[in-house]
Structure formats: structure tokens, C-alpha cells
Write a protein that binds this ligand. Structure first.
Ligand code: MRU
Length: 349
């Protein structure tokens, strides 16, 4: 994606340093954050400087490679094993994190150089898969299409292109007329802040809607497709994604609107039999009780928006049962949410 005319990826590694777009500052400030150790990369994942399934996966792979590069000769494996544990503890739901750590760890058993090569390959594959998801997804659309999306499964959530937004970018490039309803995605507002920023950059018509307005627009037949991303997909097709996804899926089914999940096969976790096996992250109550934005003077500020003295619960993800899903848009094509199709597509060649 281009920002001010310059081509960027969300995250990349040069030498031993990981570079990433600082997502907590967007859309108000565009800044590149640097992490020079695995520990600093872990910090970037937990604080959501880098976020979104594919970008978290790339970050985790790079962090594992950094650990191999920095491990001291004495206590080499203790250092590497400790790093692996810490990276895996950063965020529990996104499967791409575990997928990447495992692959880089196995490559690193040969040499630190192999670990770096594997981490770079994972990032490359993420970008390639996202582009293919865009190609397959765009084939679903006619010349004019209105899509509702939740959270940010765009360019910022992956190394490049994104998943749920990739078909939108592709269709726009092909000259189709695309309009996007962007759920604000409380409490962190990834929709209102990140998806809206991406779409504006790409000059795609869109409007931000309150999280509780999806049914209003769907009932009035203003939405042709709902497309979301995924953080982890169980072998039976149940999908863990940003909190609020389940509600959109139920409403879409009620009004006969196709509900697609766009995700690379690296997000499918065949060890999870169904959604009950997926660990769902809970985050700080502060994300619900306070909001962050810029004030009239252009300064970042955090204000309390909930009644003082009340507490909040903040589940970050929910699970949408496979029965609500029309299909998965993957880098290998579009499949139905059935065990057999999932197993077939995830088979490693
Ligand atoms: O908590 P986040 O922002 O890392 O959540 C990830 C997401 O953006 C969504 O759940 C998304 O729809 C799937 S990951 C691209």
C-alpha cells in the first residue's frame, strides 16, 4: 500500500531489526516503530503496535529469528526456549502466531540463518496469499457491490493487501463500483480508525457505522455481502474473530446475506476440533472505560467515557459457528465451511 506516494509493508525485518507501522497512532500519525530484540518485538505485539492475524504471525516469526540471532554461545538453547515461550504468550488467539513460531523454531534448529530465511518466507507468503484472496474474493462481485466489514482485516492486519479488504481493493482496481460499511469495532475502534484510514488512502467509498447498526442496514437490503477476517479457524469451520463478529453472522443469515470469512490456510488450526477448543483473549477493562483520540489541539488524549466507579468486561474475540458461514475465501480458492473441504485445502503439498 502507498502512504503519501511511498510503498510500505505493515512489517518487515532488515538485519536484526524489525520495522513496523505503529498502529496505535493511526489514523492521526504515521510512524515506523523499530524493535531490535525479540523482547522488543514481543512488547510491540502485546501493546498492539502491530496487530491483526497475519501481521502478528510475521512479527512472531521475526521475533523467533531475532532470538536465534541474539542467543549467547553459553546457554544458547535456554535463551531460545525462553524466547519461544515469551513470544507464544504475547497473544493467545491468532493462530498465525503459533504457526510462525513453530516454523521458524524448526528452521532455527539448523542455523540462525535458516531461522531468518524462514521468517522472511512466512512474511512473503502472507503477502502472496493475501493478494490471491483478493483475486478469488473479487470474483464473487458484480459490477456494483456493497460490503459490510468488521474490525480491520486489511493491509494493516497482514504484511500486505489484507484478507477481508483484499477483494475490495482488487474489485476497485478492476473498475467495479464498491461501497463499504465499516463497523467502528468498539472498544479499540480498529474499524473506525484503521479500516477507514486504509479505504480513504485507496479512495474507496465507505462510511463508518456504529457497531450496533449492522442489522439496521442489512434489514434495509443495503448490504450485498458481509466479509470479515479470522484469527483462528477450527477444523469444523467455527471461526474466532473480533468480538461482535457473531452478531453480524446471525443477522446476515436472518436476512439472507452471504457471510464470507477471508483467511489464508495458515489461519486454520486443524488441532482445534471446534470453536470450544479456541482460547479467547480477554483484554484490559480500560479499553472499554476509556477512549483514545486527538483533542482540538491535535494532541493524543485518553478520556473516560463510562460512569466512574463502574467496571467493564472486555472479551476481545468471539466464535462464529460454521453454520452461519457461507464460505471461506482462501489463497487456494473459495471453499464451503465443511470439515472435508477444510482438511483438503490445508493438506500440505
Ligand atoms: O485484536 P486485533 O486487532 O489483533 O484483532 C484482529 C483483527 O483485526 C480481527 O479479528 C480481524 O478481523 C481478523 S485478523 C485480520
Amino acid at each position: 500500500m502507498k502512504v503519501d506516494g511511498q510503498e510500505y509493508r505493515t512489517i518487515w525485518m532488515e538485519g536484526t531489526t524489525v520495522f513496523m507501522i505503529e498502529q496505535n497512532l493511526l489514523p492521526f500519525e504515521f510512524k515506523i516503530h523499530e524493535a531490535s530484540t525479540y523482547f522488543e518485538t514481543c512488547f510491540a505485539i502485546t501493546t498492539m503496535i502491530v496487530r491483526g492475524a497475519g501481521a502478528i504471525g510475521a512479527a512472531a516469526g521475526f521475533a523467533m529469528a531475532q532470538a536465534f540471532m541474539h542467543a549467547p554461545a553459553e546457554g544458547y538453547w535456554d535463551f531460545v526456549m525462553q524466547a519461544k515461550e515469551e513470544i507464544e504468550a504475547t497473544r493467545p488467539t491468532a493462530y498465525n502466531l503459533f504457526y510462525a513460531v513453530d516454523k521458524v523454531f524448526r528452521a532455527g534448529k539448523n542455523s540462525a540463518e535458516d531461522a531468518v530465511k524462514e521468517a522472511q518466507l512466512i512474511a512473503e507468503e502472507d503477502a502472496r496469499d493475501s493478494r490471491l484472496i483478493g483475486k478469488f474474493g473479487a470474483e464473487l462481485f458484480g459490477d456494483e457491490v456493497r460490503i459490510l466489514t468488521h474490525c480491520n482485516a486489511g493491509w494493516l492486519a497482514f504484511v500486505n493487501y489484507g484478507t477481508a479488504l483484499s477483494p475490495i481493493y482488487m474489485a476497485n482496481k478492476e473498475g467495479k463500483k464498491v461501497f463499504v460499511y465499516v463497523d467502528e469495532t468498539r472498544p479499540r475502534n480498529q474499524g473506525a480508525k484503521l479500516t477507514a484510514w486504509e479505504l480513504k488512502n485507496e479512495k474507496i467509498d465507505h462510511i463508518i457505522i456504529p457497531d450496533n447498526a449492522g442489522a439496521y442496514f442489512m434489514k434495509r437490503k443495503l448490504v450485498d455481502f458481509v466479509i470479515v477476517g479470522a484469527d483462528r479457524i477450527a477444523r469444523n469451520g467455527d471461526v474466532a474473530n473480533k468480538i461482535g463478529t457473531l452478531e453480524k453472522a446471525i443477522v446476515a443469515k436472518e436476512y439472507g446475506i452471504p457471510f464470507y470469512v477471508a483467511a489464508p490456510t495458515s489461519t486454520f488450526d486443524l488441532n482445534c476440533h471446534n470453536g470450544m477448543d479456541i482460547e479467547l483473549e480477554s483484554r484490559s477493562e480500560d479499553e472499554v472505560l476509556y477512549q483514545t483520540g486527538i483533542d482540538a489541539n491535535g494532541n493524543m488524549s485518553k478520556i473516560r467515557v463510562a460512569s466512574p466507579g463502574s467496571h467493564a468486561e472486555n472479551p476481545a474475540f468471539d466464535v462464529t459457528p460454521a453454520k452461519f458461514i457461507t464460505g471461506f475465501i482462501t489463497e487456494k480458492g473459495i471453499i464451503k465451511p465443511f470439515v472435508q473441504s477444510i482438511k483438503k485445502i490445508c493438506k500440505t503439498e
